[in-house]
Design a protein around this ligand. Sequence first.
Ligand SMILES: [Cu+2]
Length: 148
Amino acid sequence: MAISLSTLYVMIHLLAVFALATAPFIFFSVYADDTQNEWKITIPNGASGKGPVQGFSPNQLPVLVGDTIVWENKDSVTHSITSGVPEHPEHSGVFFDLGQVAPGKSVSHVMPDTDFLAFYYFCEIHPWMTGNFLIVVWKLHSQKLILK
Ligand SMILES: [Cu+2]
């Protein structure tokens, strides 16, 4: 049976989408090994303002299970690191609640092994400060990379 041109177009399009979607995974698989990574997130000076300063920098991270994420408060006021989204305070802190971080202090969190693909967090004191971890559940088993 001959494949029509439009079918071919759709197939090529799907292949392109697949290639784009998998590119980051291929990139990370090159660097993924059994070593645990440490990621630094800075809370910059002026983070609590609603202005141009980003509350968490970077505010998105692709991390692996077992990675350590460190938040360093370089602002002049205290912030909190609480899982969840500000729109649903009833679910705040379900996954982690690192409490308040005073100016000049740091807190860290080790990414647990769960079935979730993304974690959102925010500052309870300044709820417009938000961040997240994406595709956090890479698992390495005998040199094989498995995306849960
Ligand atoms: Cu804050």
